[in-house]
Design a protein around this ligand. Structure first.
Ligand code: FEO
Length: 183
């Protein structure tokens, strides 16, 4: 006789699981997009920006993995996302960092809406878990905004772009002001 497998009860709702899986897609897309940007920068000789973006891509993968582990250990199933339509070429370095900033603003909106949902349905465990992402977004928005500001502060003429590329490497300092994490 075939043994019947009964799924044990859990607190995580199907709706919250779906929202977290949507966030997994977003983090996976971030990882892929930043990897692509880093690669473009490397081909153009923006060495520091390239390293910055490769590192950022690794961090986004970690954000995705952290969500997958959370969903799985809460009784759900964290799904490997399909990643398509990644942009490979850019008009210039400014466009790269403007895209990063706009993308991070979208990620913040998405995290906030899941936090709001969890609060409404009293899923305080997931609400609490997501607070790490709330603060991470504050840090990432600051970093991206500082990067975009460099283009006007330094100017892109002459050695400007070379200097901007150098300054991108120092941006972690701003992030640590927000998070308190060591640089
Ligand atoms: Fe994990 Fe930058 O969002």
């Amino acid at each position: 006789m075939k043994q019947q497998i009964v799924t044990p009860a859990r607190s995580l709702t199907k709706e919250t699981e779906a929202l977290l899986n949507k966030q997994i897609v977003m983090e996976g897309k971030s990882a892929a997009a930043y990897l692509s940007m880093g690669s473009w920068c490397e081909t153009k000789g923006y060495e520091t920006s390239s390293q910055f973006l490769f590192k950022h891509s690794d961090e986004e993968r970690m954000h995705m993995l952290k969500l997958i582990h959370y969903v799985n250990t809460a009784g759900g199933h964290g799904l490997q996302p399909e990643i398509t339509k990644i942009k490979h070429t850019f008009k210039n370095l400014r466009e790269v960092f403007e895209t990063v900033l706009n993308h991070e603003l979208e990620v913040t909106k998405s995290i906030n809406s899941i936090v709001d949902h969890c609060f409404k349905i009293k899923d305080f465990a997931t609400f609490n878990f997501l607070q790490w992402y709330v603060m991470e977004q504050r840090e990432e928005e600051t970093l991206a905004r500082r990067a975009v500001e460099l283009f006007d502060l330094i100017g892109e003429e002459g050695v400007g772009l070379w200097m901007i590329d150098q300054e991108i490497g120092k941006l972690e300092m701003y992030a640590s002001k927000v998070s308190g994490k060591p640089v």
